[in-house]
Design a binder for this molecule. Structure first.
Ligand code: NDP
Length: 323
């Protein structure tokens, strides 16, 4: 029997790579967007799989809409990747952030419970939940100390998943994913902002790149690697939560230097760090220990940050060349 997967948040970076992975595994893939009729689904187009994914409209904050889609699709597996996904924007839209993430996850869990079918559920958790661990690597036992409305919402959703797993025996898992990037990363996120500016400057455009705090340190992985971990979590005998990361942390200024360096540019001539763009609260150093995923899922990050920057620069140059 062909398995059916429902991906909530199909238009995003991870939705596209996960669709590709599941199609390659022989799944029938359904994906939701808040308005599938107006969404261009350009990430699916980029991967050449737009016509192979069945798209549907669904509002996660509307229980009726969620229940209706689940009833129609009857999925074997649900991957919840939808919701307001920007930490910066969450300081400006805290209610939208909380509702889309926490109420959205709850509506999915309640609908699964209501339908009473053995649907497996993956929820997109976030390393932002850990807050500042002062350089200590976070694992599945590390306490949450969220430092943004986004992280508060993701922490809420994490505990909802955990509670429904325990109370109602749902096969429900959270992946606590550290930052992951790719050519499909939206240009509102800092990594793609850096790559875009560096490539435009290399092409002769006169431009300054104004960023917030460039001393922050993050563990950056490759999105196609990370969607494999999501899939593997739902293929286990028992539901469980996993930290997904490379285990290596570098600073944002090193990321910038590398991206500009590939293009033979001195980043210090172009990049300005503006204190007015600093977040009200931020994580200084984000560090991870993904050994549980290594051991139990057999999952390892295959692509390091230097390779990722190279891939993103090359993809951006191709994109700018066709414009
Ligand atoms: P994207 O921002 O690329 O995609 C998120 C999707 O959620 C969008 O396609 C959008 O779909 C939907 N969405 C956006 N805003 C809202 C909203 N207010 N209400 C409901 N839906 C909304 O995210 P990624 O693919 O990068 O990430 C997938 C998930 O993983 C997200 O939940 C993100 O928070 C989480 N995550 C991502 C990390 C990363 O580094 N990429 C790290 C850790 C967690 P549409 O507009 O079509 O409705």
């Amino acid at each position: 029997m062909q398995k059916k997967a429902l991906i909530c948040g199909i238009s995003g970076q991870d939705g596209a790579y996960l669709s590709q992975l599941l199609l390659n595994h022989g799944y029938e893939v359904y994906g939701t967007s808040r308005d599938a009729q107006i969404s261009t689904l350009q990430n699916l187009q980029y991967l050449g799989i737009r016509d192979r994914v069945k798209s549907l409209s669904m509002s996660l904050t509307d229980f009726r809409s969620v229940l209706q889609v689940l009833t129609q699709v009857q999925p074997d597996e649900i991957y919840n990747l939808a919701g307001q996904s920007s930490v910066s924007l969450s300081f400006e839209q805290p209610v939208e952030t909380l509702e889309s993430i926490a109420t959205g996850t709850l509506n999915l869990l309640e609908s699964i419970r209501f339908l009473g079918k053995p649907i497996k559920f993956y929820n997109a958790g976030s390393s932002e939940c850990f807050g500042d661990t002062f350089g200590l690597p976070a694992d599945e036992e590390t306490s949450f100390r969220p430092r943004s409305p986004y992280a508060v919402a993701k922490s809420t959703a994490f505990w909802q998943v955990s509670n429904y797993r325990e109370a109602y025996k749902l096969f429900a898992c959270s992946g606590i994913l550290f930052n992951h990037e790719s050519p499909l990363r939206h240009d509102r996120f800092v990594t793609q902002k850096i790559i875009g500016a560096a490539c435009r400057i290399a092409n002769g455009q006169i431009e300054k790149l104004i960023l917030g705090n460039i001393d922050i340190q993050r563990d950056w992985g490759y999105a196609p690697d990370y969607v494999k971990a999501m899939y593997l979590m739902l293929q286990q005998e028992q539901p469980n939560d996993f930290v997904i990361a490379t285990g290596k942390t570098i600073s944002l200024s090193d990321f910038i230097a590398e991206a500009f360096g590939i293009l033979e540019l001195n980043w210090e001539e172009y990049v300005i760090s503006d204190q007015s763009l600093y977040r009200p609260t931020d994580i200084t150093i984000s560090c991870a220990n993904p050994s549980k995923a290594n051991q139990k899922l057999g999952w390892y990050a295959t692509t390091g940050v230097h390779q990722i920057i190279q891939i993103m620069v090359e993809a951006m140059q191709r994109k700018l060349a066709v414009k």
